[in-house]
Design a protein around this ligand. Structure first.
Ligand code: NIG
Ligand code: FE
Length: 389
C-alpha cells in the first residue's frame, strides 16, 4: 500500500459533520491522507499519520470531487441552430430530441465512444470524479443497448432512458412504443444499466405510461429515477416518491403537495441549473425545497439540447445566484447531494473509508466556486487516489 498525504490544505470540505464544523464538516489547516484508493485520514494536520509521498496544497481549498448524477453523454452531433433560434425567442420543447436521435443512430460505435470520452474529460478537468450517464438518443432495442454499452465504458453509473420520447417510428402508436420500452428494449438494456429513467412530461410520457415503464424496470432489478416537472406541473415528482425513486430530476414546476411528498419521502430533488440557463426558463426554487427539508442535488444534465455544459462549478455558481442556495449548500449538493441521488456512500465525502476523490482549488475556500463564476479554479484532481489532472 502507498500512502499519499495532501498537506497544508487551507480549508478542507469533508461533508462529514463529525470531522469538522457545520454540515460541510469544514477543517482548516488540514491534511488528507489516502492509501491506494481510499481516504484514511481527514483532519487537522497535527494528528495525520505518516505517508510515503506528499503534495503541498499551499493553503488552498480542497473539496470532494463533484458527483454529477445526471447527464446524457451518449450522442452525436450538436444543436447549435436550435440554441440560436431559442436565443431569438423560440421556446424549448422535447421535440428537439429527435434531431439528436437521428445523428446518434447514424454514428459509429467509435464516434459515440470518442464523443463520450471528450465530455468525460471535460468533466474530470472541472473536478467531477463520479458521473452518471444515460441512453435515450437511440430509441430502438439495438441502439439503446449500444448506447448503454458505450456509456458503461466511461461512466460510473448507467441509466436506461428508452423512454426519453416516443421513437419516430411509433409517433402514431405511443402504446406500442411503451410496450417496446417495457419489453424487448428492456430485455436488451437491463444487463448494462443500474437505473431506469423516464421523461414524464407533456410531449413525452404521461403519468400512467411512466408508472408502467418504471415498474417494469423495477421488476427487472433496475432502480428508478425520473425526469419530472421540468416544463410544466405534472405527476412525475409524486410518482417518483411513491415508487421510492432515488431522484426526481429538474423539479422546476412544483405544487405544495409535490414539495411535501419530497420532504416526506426518500427521493432526492436533483436540480439542473444549466438547463434553465440554456433554455431561458424559470429556475427551480431550491430555497423552497431546502426550507421544507428536501435533500437537494445539483448536476449538469449535460446534453446537446437543453444544457450543453459539463461544468459542475458553473452549476454551483448559477444555483447560488439564481436559485437561492448559499455557497455551502450548493457545494454540498454538488458533492454529497449527488452521491445521495445515486445512493452512493463511498463518494461525495472525504472521510476515512470513502474513495480518495478530490479537487484542489486555486482558491482559499470552496465559496470561491460561486464567488468567482467562470474562472477555472480546479487546479488538480485525484480520482480513486490517482492524480488525473
Ligand atoms: O434532461 N428533458 C429531457 N431530456 C433532457 C434534454 C434532452 C435534449 O433536449 O436533447 C433534459 O433536459
Ligand atoms: Fe436530463
Amino acid at each position: 500500500m502507498t500512502a499519499t498525504a495532501v498537506t497544508r490544505i487551507g480549508s478542507l470540505v469533508t461533508n462529514d459533520p463529525g470531522l469538522g464544523s457545520g454540515p460541510l464538516g469544514l477543517v482548516e489547516d488540514a491534511t488528507l491522507v489516502f492509501e491506494d484508493e481510499r481516504v484514511v485520514w481527514a483532519g487537522p494536520a497535527a494528528g495525520a499519520p505518516d505517508a510515503d509521498t506528499s503534495y503541498d496544497a499551499g493553503g488552498r481549498a480542497v473539496v470532494p470531487g463533484f458527483v454529477d448524477s445526471h447527464s446524457h453523454l451518449v450522442f452525436a452531433g450538436d444543436r447549435t441552430e436550435e440554441f440560436n433560434a431559442r436565443m431569438s425567442g423560440r421556446p424549448y420543447s422535447a421535440g428537439g430530441i429527435r434531431t439528436t436521435v437521428e445523428a446518434t443512430r447514424a454514428a459509429s460505435d467509435e464516434e459515440l465512444s470518442a464523443n463520450l470520452r471528450r465530455y468525460v474529460a471535460e468533466m474530470r478537468a472541472q473536478g467531477t470524479t463520479t458521473l452518471e450517464t444515460k441512453s435515450g438518443y437511440g430509441l430502438t432495442p439495438d441502439q439503446e443497448a449500444r448506447a448503454l454499452r458505450v456509456a458503461a465504458e466511461h461512466a460510473d453509473e448507467v441509466t436506461y432512458l428508452g423512454a426519453h420520447i416516443v421513437a419516430p417510428e411509433y409517433v402514431d402508436d405511443p402504446a406500442g412504443y411503451v410496450a417496446q420500452v417495457t419489453g424487448p428494449m428492456l430485455d436488451a438494456c437491463a444487463p448494462y444499466a443500474r437505473w431506469i429513467d423516464v421523461f414524464c412530461e407533456e410531449g413525452a410520457f404521461d403519468g400512467d405510461q411512466a408508472r408502467a415503464i418504471l415498474t417494469a424496470g423495477q421488476a427487472r432489478g433496475l432502480k428508478p429515477r425520473v425526469h419530472a416537472n421540468q416544463l410544466s406541473f405534472g405527476p412525475g415528482v409524486r410518482l417518483a416518491v411513491e415508487l421510492g425513486a432515488a431522484s426526481a430530476d429538474h423539479c422546476t414546476h412544483l405544487t405544495g403537495s409535490d414539495v411535501d411528498a419530497l420532504a416526506e419521502g426518500e427521493t432526492v430533488a436533483t436540480l439542473l441549473p444549466g438547463c434553465e440557463f440554456s433554455t431561458r426558463a424559470v429556475y427551480p426554487d431550491a430555497r423552497r425545497l431546502l426550507d421544507a427539508g428536501v435533500t437537494v442535488a445539483l448536476s449538469t444534465d449535460c446534453n446537446p439540447g437543453s444544457s450543453f455544459t459539463s461544468s459542475m462549478p458553473f452549476c454551483v455558481a448559477v444555483a447560488v445566484r439564481e436559485m437561492g442556495m448559499t455557497p455551502d449548500e450548493a457545494v454540498w449538493s454538488a458533492t454529497a447531494g449527488g452521491a445521495r441521488a445515486l445512493r452512493r456512500e463511498d463518494v461525495g465525502r472525504l472521510a476515512p473509508g470513502a474513495y480518495a476523490d478530490l479537487a484542489l482549488l486555486d482558491a482559499p475556500s470552496h465559496v470561491h466556486l460561486a464567488y468567482r463564476p467562470g474562472v477555472p479554479l480546479v487546479r488538480a484532481v485525484w480520482r480513486r487516489g490517482e492524480l488525473i489532472g
